[in-house]
Design a protein around this ligand. Structure first.
Ligand code: ZN
Ligand code: ZN
Length: 243
């Protein structure tokens, strides 16, 4: 009975996210205007290959994400030497997101790293699959205090398992994945970011999981979470978590 009520409470929280599935391919080495990992990034005239302000090495191009509804494209670069975790102590520029509102290969202007990337990745094409997602258990108290306390009421000692069982009943994704949109699935617990310009709380934008297919590993099977300001669509924040 209580579980049925829990399912009812969770139903309106379900969001659609897009899961990126990677496949290694030589063709992914070349620049495109769609989602991909590794290889060469999309860029436009005026862009240069970014370098790290701390160690002065060039940043690695990790991935570019095409937002399935906004149609914007976001290229993501990261310094694997400085390995920023997203704390306020990180020097700005150790990672970078560049956004293009209307990326199109007719506007493409090539950029290439001066040296081979230090962190070798396998270039991968991506396909986007809509999936239903529910908040991580860590965020449930914030999103629905009622559902959170109900999990505890059902089984005080195993409230996490109660919630996970409800996620499975709902047909939502329960595993870690590379996602655009939806909710973050935390490894080390919830984190919020605020915009440096307007101080408003940022929205979850994407999660980049460790991806074997791309030879991409964030620490010990970690993940990178990207947040974006709802007002300032070019303002991003990063969080890296691992085991
Ligand atoms: Zn660096
Ligand atoms: Zn802002």
């Amino acid at each position: 009975m209580s579980e049925t009520y829990l399912d009812e409470l969770l139903k309106p929280l379900i969001k659609t996210a897009w899961q990126l599935k990677l496949s290694k391919s030589k063709s992914a080495q070349a620049a495109t205007d769609s989602s991909k990992f590794g290889g060469l990034p999309y860029a436009e005239s005026g862009d240069a290959w970014p370098s790290c302000p701390t160690c002065k090495n060039q940043l690695n191009f990790v991935a570019q994400l095409k937002h399935p509804t906004e149609k914007s494209l976001h290229t993501f670069f990261y310094c694997f030497d400085c390995f920023p975790w997203g704390s306020s102590k990180d020097e700005t520029g150790q990672w970078l997101v560049r956004s293009y509102s209307a990326a199109n290969m007719t506007n493409y202007a090539a950029i290439a790293p001066a040296l081979p990337n230090q962190y070798q990745m396998a270039a991968c094409n991506c396909t986007e699959h809509p999936v239903q997602v529910l908040p991580d258990y860590y965020d449930l108290g914030k999103v629905s205090p009622l559902a959170d306390s109900l999990c505890e009421k059902i089984d005080d000692e195993n409230s996490y398992d109660i919630y996970q069982a409800a996620v499975i009943r709902s047909g939502c994704l329960e595993d870690y994945a590379t996602l655009i949109g939806g909710y973050p699935k935390w490894i080390q617990g919830e984190s919020t970011k605020s915009c440096e310009i307007c101080n408003s709380e940022m929205e979850f934008f994407a999660q980049l999981d460790s991806e074997d297919e791309a030879d991409l590993m964030w620490g010990d099977c970690g993940a990178v979470y990207l947040f974006r300001c709802p007002q300032h669509k070019n303002e991003f924040a990063l969080e890296l978590q691992c085991y």
